[in-house]
Design a protein. Structure first.
Length: 223
């Protein structure tokens, strides 16, 4: 009987010890909240929300912005390094309606497009134009640098019309081209998020011209 009690006490002490040790380790190495892969690929998320959900941070740097075009870098920070998750080219619509002029001014000052419209009560919609991949190229060398000096690789690209709606009024605000870090979004991910993606895989002269323009823009970048 005494032997059984002794064994029981040893097991109890061991259990207490491992529980305390586990708690201490959790305090020293707090785990980041796990996020389901499916939730990250929810089409309802803004790009800014998805980046922050996956990497824990989000910020935007505007390389240039004028009345027609904006070039921006959507990035997360890791070990004090800024890593581009989305390189975006925005072509504004020719007419900026007075209904969303204030939002546009906020965006031109550096605001994140989706966030600005969402925070001001607008519903956001996208109309797909093209899904594809950019082949590894020296023309994109500065983009690879922004993405953390990654090796030349295929990069998923998505082109779409960005629409806003409020009070039963709908406007096209811009046409946007996004190029993604391969660890962030792949062509497979884009197809998972957009069930009609297969309808928009074929290139057209317009798409080819746009890709050439992107190559010219990225060569002039100053990371």
């Amino acid at each position: 009987m005494k032997n059984k009690q002794y064994v029981y006490i040893l097991i109890l002490l061991a259990s207490i010890f491992f529980n305390l040790t586990g708690c201490a380790l959790k305090k020293q190495n707090p785990e980041s909240p796990s996020v389901a892969y499916d939730s990250i690929l929810s089409p309802k998320l803004l790009n800014s929300e998805r980046i922050k959900m996956k990497y824990g941070s989000y910020a935007i740097k505007i390389f240039s912005d004028d009345s027609k075009t904006r070039i921006s870098n959507l990035y997360s920070s890791q070990d004090d390094k800024k890593i581009t998750r989305t390189f975006a080219l925005v072509n504004y619509s020719e007419v900026i309606d007075s209904t969303f002029l204030e939002e546009h001014r906020e965006i031109v000052k550096g605001g994140s497009i989706g966030r600005v419209f969402k925070n001001n009560g607008w519903e956001i919609g996208k109309e797909s134009v093209f899904f594809g991949e950019l082949s590894p190229s020296k023309d994109l060398s500065k983009v690879y640098t922004l993405m953390g000096n990654i090796a030349y690789s295929e990069l998923a690209i998505y082109m779409y019309g960005f629409y806003i709606e409020k009070n039963k009024k709908r406007f096209q605000y811009a046409t946007i081209v996004e190029i993604y870090h391969p660890d962030y979004l792949t062509i497979h991910d884009l197809k998972s998020m957009n069930k009609d993606a297969n309808k928009y895989l074929e290139k057209s002269p317009f798409i080819d011209q746009t890709i050439k323009e992107i190559a010219q823009i990225t060569r002039k970048l100053k990371p």
